[in-house]
Ligand binder design. Structure first.
Ligand code: A3P
Length: 279
């Protein structure tokens, strides 16, 4: 009897739920979903469904690693499990908690030009507010310019979509815990324009064989973004990815770009890479 059950166990234990070996930690609205879905084209990648929010929400973190592991997909031992929760990036407790799980975990941080990211964030918040309670309708009706720039003409750095785009303040906290070479900075603007070139960098970083090719993508004119091809079927991201942004007054845009100049330079210095964002 014992023999039979151990054989069965051997057979079924080829796949199991494993803690992630790689995490997409943010930044929200920079293409975190696109990045995860594109990586999932690779046969050696498994992804957690949804956003697990293990490290950033105490009520989840307190349930322990076994709870987290149960949220992971089944994988073979040579596969890499990836989870993404964009709010990890901005939650101070998270880097240390991730290190406690696995000090050699690989981190993917996707960034996008900060003004575009802020507008994307505003667009999402507005769309969420419009679909929920009437009390938030007031915020929903305010323009991006009103929220991002104070009446005295200064940039409103405490408006959340602006704050989150000041990447270097958060990146510093991550680099206190993780060595630079354990974090890959993914260029979210390039992921939109030329997904294959970014995905190839990530395959290398994760130590995977190059498998994803231009044949895995086609440009969808209606959506205005690249969509994915797998085994003959075509798939675009949900309609909430690739929303139309409102027109923002060019004077406000250049004021914001100017505001972000110093911050971006600080970021480039910290990460040792120039993202090439417009001044
Ligand atoms: P917009 O909706 O403002 O255009 P996240 O998944 O982190 O919320 O990021 C959403 C953003 O992913 C979208 O912001 C969009 O620009 C970007 N993105 C990148 N590649 C995409 C793709 N192939 N299809 C749709 N959106 C994509």
């Amino acid at each position: 009897n014992d023999n039979v059950s151990s054989k069965k166990k051997l057979h079924f234990s080829k796949t199991k739920r494993r803690l992630p070996q790689a995490l997409i930690v943010g930044v929200r609205k920079c293409g975190t979903r696109a990045l995860l879905e594109m990586l999932f084209l690779h046969p050696k990648i498994q992804k957690a469904a949804g956003e697990v929010h293990f490290f950033d929400r105490d009520e989840n973190y307190n349930l322990g690693l076994e709870w987290y592991r149960q949220k992971m997909p089944f994988s073979f031992s040579d596969q890499v499990t990836v989870e993404k929760s964009p709010s990890y990036f901005v939650t101070p407790e998270v880097p240390e908690r991730i290190r406690a799980m696995n000090a050699s975990v690989r981190l993917l941080l996707i960034l996008r030009e900060p003004v575009t990211r802020a507008i994307s964030d505003y667009t999402q918040l507005k769309s969420l507010a419009a679909s929920t309670t009437p009390s938030t309708k007031t915020t929903a009706s305010k323009s991006f310019e009103e929220l991002a720039i104070k009446p005295d003409g200064e940039v409103n750095a405490s408006y959340r979509p602006i704050t989150i785009s000041i990447y270097h303040t958060y990146v510093l906290q991550w680099l206190e815990i993780f060595p630079r070479d354990q974090i890959l900075i993914v260029n979210g603007d390039r992921l939109i324009e030329d997904p294959v070139s970014e995905v190839i960098r990530i395959e290398k970083f994760l130590g995977l064989e190059p498998k994803i090719t231009p044949d895995n993508f086609y440009f969808n004119q209606t959506k205005g973004f690249y969509c994915m091809k797998t085994n003959g079927s075509e798939r675009c991201l949900h309609e909430s990815k690739g929303r139309k942004h409102p027109r923002v007054d060019p004077i406000a845009v250049s004021k914001l770009r100017k505001f972000f100049n110093d911050h971006n330079q600080k970021l480039y210095d910290i990460i040792g890479e120039d993202m090439g964002w417009p001044e």
